[in-house]
Design a protein around this ligand. Structure first.
Ligand code: SF4
Length: 390
């Protein structure tokens, strides 16, 4: 069966943000052109096994690619039969959206934009090392709507050093007033080898976990009043009840949920192309080199730039799938888990579910197991209990 999800990693940013540990580098014209040629080569190598229902261009900053580079990618995708996905997302930085680019993307078949806003407070945007201003957020949002995008995501961050609850509430109100269909929200993570991590360890600020919890709760409560429904720990979406039914038609998942990401959390297969991208096909997880130079060299020799691959045992794979799925408030319908993994969650994992129920983190019904609101706050710890050795 063809794989129906494709992720494309674009490893370039105008400047590196203070907190970022994703694989990306400051851009330069020549290497981007070389990357585009290598990417097209990699798409050629996987196309025969792909019929994308969801496409996701992430990064990095995909919107940094210029019009000519996008046209080259679209041309290759046409030739390879990779267009026509029902959901096609491109991540955009508000500083890199122009009317021409928005139009080109929309006319090229992109129908969902995920905008990395992070904050609407100028001081905090500076603090994070973001290249865009708050004004550029509002302007880009308008440009995208004018170009015909009716499915937009806004990404926000909370627990940023220096962010008070009052600033967070003001950002939430302004972000909700934009009227996006989707809202993602991430707590700042201190990743090693980032400037923010170094500042934390140099004692330049403290982490206030209670404030972070209060901010997360404020986000859920405020967004609920604007009609958003939570469908993953960090993701909310509107349910409009319009258009064709999404492939995952669990009534607990709103129809403006990101279908590409739901496929990850539901244990589906996907190809990932581009430097550092991960694929999961036929039970084998493979990862490309996190090095754009090396990536290009390998593709120029006609082979994929895979750094490592591993085949998990069916039991380990099922445990991992269980763990991913519990990040969704919908949890796991037992029948769906059995269909995806071949295992019954009530066999191997019954004791883990009962333990979570006893501590108030889980809810067990005859149809499904799901985390409670308290459990979702600690979803990583809860999910870890479901992992099994490979
Ligand atoms: S724009 Fe995104 S990918 Fe690029 S450095 Fe900032 S957070 Fe990282």
């Amino acid at each position: 069966m063809s794989v129906s999800s494709l992720y494309v990693h674009v490893p370039f940013c105008a400047r590196k943000c203070e907190y970022c540990a994703f694989y990306s580098e400051a851009s330069d014209g020549d290497i981007i052109n070389r990357y585009v040629a290598a990417l097209i080569r990699e798409l050629e190598l996987v196309a025969a096994d792909l019929k994308p229902r969801t496409l996701f261009f992430g990064g990095g900053t995909p919107s940094l690619l210029n019009l000519r580079q996008w046209e080259q990618i679209f041309g290759a995708m046409d030739r390879l039969g990779l267009r026509g996905a029902s959901e096609w997302t491109v991540e955009c930085n508000p500083a890199t959206v122009s009317a021409d680019k928005a139009r080109l993307l929309r006319e090229g078949g992109v129908n969902r934009i995920s905008m990395g806003v992070q904050s609407l407070d100028e001081t905090l945007l500076d603090r994070l090392g973001r290249i865009h201003s708050r004004e550029q957020v509002f302007r880009s949002f308008d440009l995208l709507r004018q170009a015909g995008f009716d499915n937009l995501n806004v990404d926000l961050m909370f627990a940023i050093p220096g962010q008070t609850m009052a600033i967070w509430r003001a950002t939430l109100d302004e972000a909700l007033a934009l009227g996006s269909e989707h809202l993602s929200c991430y707590e700042v993570i201190y990743e090693e080898d980032t400037p923010l991590y170094a500042q934390l360890h140099a004692g330049r600020f403290d982490v206030d976990e209670d404030l972070a919890c209060a901010m997360y709760d404020a986000w859920l409560d405020r967004a609920a009043t604007a009609g958003f429904r939570q469908y993953e720990v960090a993701n909310l979406a509107q349910h409009r009840g319009t258009g064709s039914p999404p492939p995952y038609c669990d009534p607990e998942i709103p129809d403006r949920a990101c279908q590409h990401n739901v496929n990850y959390w539901r244990g589906g297969s996907f190809y990932g192309v581009g430097p550092s991208a991960t694929s999961y096909v036929a039970g084998v997880r493979a990862k490309n080199w996190s090095n754009t130079q090396l990536y290009c060299e390998q593709l120029e020799r006609g082979r994929r730039a895979v750094e490592s691959s591993e085949q998990l045992s069916p039991r380990a794979r099922a445990g991992e799938t269980a763990a991913f799925g519990l990040r969704m408030p919908a949890g796991w319908p037992f029948a769906e888990f059995q269909r995806v993994t071949g295992f019954d969650l009530r066999g191997e994992w019954q004791a883990d579910m009962e333990k979570l129920v006893a501590q108030g983190w889980g809810c067990l019904t005859p149809e499904r197991f799901q985390l409670t609101r308290a459990g979702l706050r600690f979803a990583d710890a809860a999910a870890e209990m479901f992992l099994r050795p490979g």
